[in-house]
Write a protein that binds this ligand. Structure first.
Ligand code: C5P
Length: 248
């Protein structure tokens, strides 16, 4: 039934690669860092290139558009990349720019640093967003999490069975996400602090917009424990291992 539905709707994958990657401590921005012979950003783009999603919008840092077109998109023949746009100083600004350049009815927002996105996760997100309008990839938390005060004294311990670790893709009805961003930016007095928006789901949660007569609840969809965000130098050997093991 999903395969039938999917023919009638359009999707855009927005791949974010405009971060500074400071935590990777590398001279080259982390999104272009070599991972098993290819730039890190290649892997997320290739996952969407090989998926049923027809359009990819790539968001990159100021000044990197020509480099990415030549060295990533053309070199690796990623012809689903229809737009390459400039990001902003914070992730949320980059998402907004990507959304403005997207034409799909549904969008999958994905961190370009999550190089190990599988076709199974993409399919689950495409199905999930059709059903729920707002769907986020996540995995059940394996560790005990503590809430602390500013001096790292423990304040409380949430029940682990109710905690999930959030990943990307985060998938939404495009109008819902765009209007949610606009609403919370408008509602804020004075300068808007984009740094407080650490994921897209929280924008939809806070805005509480109504579509089709209801305020959509955000549904967590099973992600993948290997869908890690390459963030610090310790992640590199594990990343190389994952690529080699997937190549068989
Ligand atoms: O900084 P963080 O690890 O949360 O970044 C997640 C993703 O968002 C990365 O792929 C990064 O390149 C992207 N990002 C962006 N624009 C920013 C900050 C982060 O596109 N200003």
């Amino acid at each position: 039934m999903f395969a039938e539905n999917r023919k009638d709707v359009t999707y855009t994958a927005v791949v974010l690669a405009a971060g500074s990657g400071r935590r990777m401590k590398s001279d080259l921005p982390k999104q272009y860092m070599d991972l098993s012979g290819k730039p890190l950003i290649y892997y997320a783009l290739k996952a969407f290139q090989d998926s049923p999603i027809p359009e990819i919008v790539l968001v990159v840092s100021k000044g990197d558009i020509d480099y990415c077109r030549r060295e990533i998109v053309e070199r690796f023949q990623l012809d689903k990349v229809k737009e390459i746009v400039e990001g902003g100083n914070e992730r949320a600004e980059s998402v907004l720019n990507g959304l403005e350049a997207s034409s799909g009815e549904y969008v999958l927002i994905h961190d370009g640093a999550r190089a190990f996105l599988t076709q199974d996760v993409i399919t689950r997100m495409m199905e999930g967003v059709l059903e729920y309008k707002a769907a986020v990839a996540a995995v059940p938390e394996k560790n005990t999490i503590k809430v602390v005060d500013s001096e790292n004294y423990v304040k409380s311990t949430p029940d682990r069975s109710s905690l999930w670790e959030i990943q990307t893709p985060q998938a939404f009805d495009r109008e819902l996400l765009l209007n949610s961003y606009k609403k919370i930016i408008q509602n804020c007095q004075g300068e808007f602090d984009y740094s407080k928006l650490t994921d897209d789901a929280m924008v939809v949660e806070k805005a509480g917009l109504v579509i089709d007569g209801r305020s959509p609840k955000i549904k967590l969809i099973m992600g993948d424990y290997q869908n890690i965000k390459m963030t610090t130098p310790e992640d590199i050997p594990y990343g190389e291992f994952l690529i080699q093991s997937r190549q068989g």
